[in-house]
Design a protein around this ligand. Structure first.
Ligand code: GLY
Ligand code: MN
Ligand code: MN
Length: 450
């Protein structure tokens, strides 16, 4: 069954309409045209039962509207006309599926010029496409919607003799929106801070709850409990709760193993709040105290994360944090006897990738791996104020004959969410301890007080 509750009311319209204005300026600079941004389709999970609905991030960025069955159209010429198509009021369907605003209320809510039932979209489309220089639409995201667009275009072309032109170009509106989404506005940062705060509480709760003998899913349940009780609508991605050898499986999410004393627990989990993701990883000892090879690897990954976060400065290259993390990791891998050779030879050969096989950062925002190019003109782009990225170095050591046994099955990742500011950076997720002594103190305190 769909969730029958009324969607969260949108309380801040101004940011979404300001984004539409900025998009219109950019489209205008490229010659104008008609912009079409549909929200995501509903997806069936199994018989009569949908996956939980998640709107399209681009559509949400421009409207804040959370209902399925909606499309934003913007006609950008000398002035701009914004039109929303949405589900019509239907008391019978609302009895089954929940509240719908309907075009009249949605028009006011979203602040568009006009709104119509989605049932009128196909019929109105040719008129909207006619005599526009370009169609700004992201092709090949949703085949069914593409087919509706093609049908509309064909209708316009068929009417060419009545003097109506079809758009000469189809251009990807996501290219413009990706660049806008990369720089978070104040409204987005407010939500991202709150998403991060819920998530830091969840990771602290997980650290406090963990005991040898528990199952990974019990800790996943602690995370979910904390997410939901603070109003997060969903996880931002499937939680990874990976103990012992599972920590060396990057996308492990069965979360089904019983945790043992003497092992590490790696948790990579994030909530989504009002569309915005947070993405934290912590690794800590199931028994409450770091020791041996696990402690050495943990200290190494933490030092590499410190170096990477220090490199998060305005105008630094996107690659600077990764390069800083890798340098520290490789020197540490050499010192621990995991690798042989010199720093330069290992960096050159890339042999460290056996233990560190992913990159250190991705953009974060509406999507956990958020929109935005990483390179411009084939060069890593500079970090700028308003960008948010993760810093998540790791080290994953599987059992192998040529590796000292003290390091077998040690998998460590530490991940924080970093906002680039005018004079440096802000760690949005610093409230979860990452220093050895702070983690041990939190876990000891939890054990003392039940
Ligand atoms: N949890 C997804 C990531 O860290 O990229
Ligand atoms: Mn991440
Ligand atoms: Mn993560």
């Amino acid at each position: 069954m769909n969730n029958p509750t009324r969607p969260t009311a949108i309380t801040l319209l101004a940011p979404h309409s300001a984004r539409r204005t900025r998009l219109a300026e950019r489209v205008g600079c490229c010659g104008g045209g008609v912009v079409i941004v549909p929200t995501a389709p509903e997806r069936m999970r199994n018989r009569d039962n949908d996956h939980p609905y998640r709107f399209d991030s681009y559509f949400h960025y421009l409207t804040g509207f959370t209902e399925p069955g909606a499309v934003l159209v913007m006609l950008v010429g000398e002035s701009t006309r914004s039109i929303l198509f949405c589900l019509p009021k239907n008391l019978e369907r609302e009895t089954w599926d929940g509240f719908r605003h309907g075009p009249e209320a949605a028009c006011t809510l979203v602040g568009v010029d006009e709104a119509y039932s989605i049932d009128e979209f196909d019929q109105r489309l040719p008129e909207l496409l006619g005599n526009q220089n370009a169609l700004w639409y992201a092709l090949a995201e949703d085949k069914e919607f593409d087919d509706r667009i093609f049908a509309g275009l064909n209708t316009v072309r068929a009417n060419a003799r009545s003097g109506v032109r079809a758009p000469a170009d189809i251009r990807n509106v996501h290219t413009l929106l990706d660049e806008m989404r990369l720089f978070k506005d104040a409204h987005e940062l407010d939500i991202m801070r709150r998403s991060a705060a819920i998530n830091t509480g969840a990771h602290r709760r997980a650290m406090r709850a963990t005991r040898p003998g528990m199952f990974e899913y019990e800790i996943e349940a602690e995370l979910l409990h904390e997410f939901r009780r603070h109003g997060s609508q969903s996880v931002a991605y499937n939680s990874i709760v990976a103990s012992g050898p599972n920590a060396c499986v990057l996308h492990y999410n069965a979360n089904s193993r019983q945790m043992q004393e003497g092992e590490l627990l790696l948790i990579d989990a994030g909530c989504e709040l009002d569309g915005y993701a947070s993405d934290i990883t912590r690794t800590f000892p199931i028994g409450g105290r770091f020791s041996g090879g696990a402690k050495a690897v943990y200290e190494l990954v933490l030092a590499s994360q410190d170096a990477a976060i220090a490199a998060c400065q305005p105008n630094a290259s996107f690659s600077a944090p990764h390069d800083a993390a890798v340098k520290v990791l490789v020197q540490g891998m050499l010192d621990l006897g995991l690798l042989q050779g010199s720093l330069d030879s290992v960096l050159e050969s890339g042999s460290f990738r056996r233990f560190y096989m992913h990159r250190t950062s991705h953009w974060l925002g509406l999507d956990v791996h958020d929109a935005g190019e990483y390179k411009v003109n084939n060069l890593w782009r500079p970090l700028r104020p308003g960008m948010v990225l993760t810093i998540e170095p790791g080290c994953y050591i599987r059992a192998a004959d040529d590796v000292p046994e003290a390091f077998w099955n040690v998998g460590v990742r530490i991940e924080d969410n970093i906002l680039i500011t005018n004079d440096g950076h802000e760690n949005l997720t610093a409230a979860v301890p990452s220093k050895v002594a702070e983690i041990e103190a939190l876990m000891a305190e939890a054990r003392e007080h039940g």
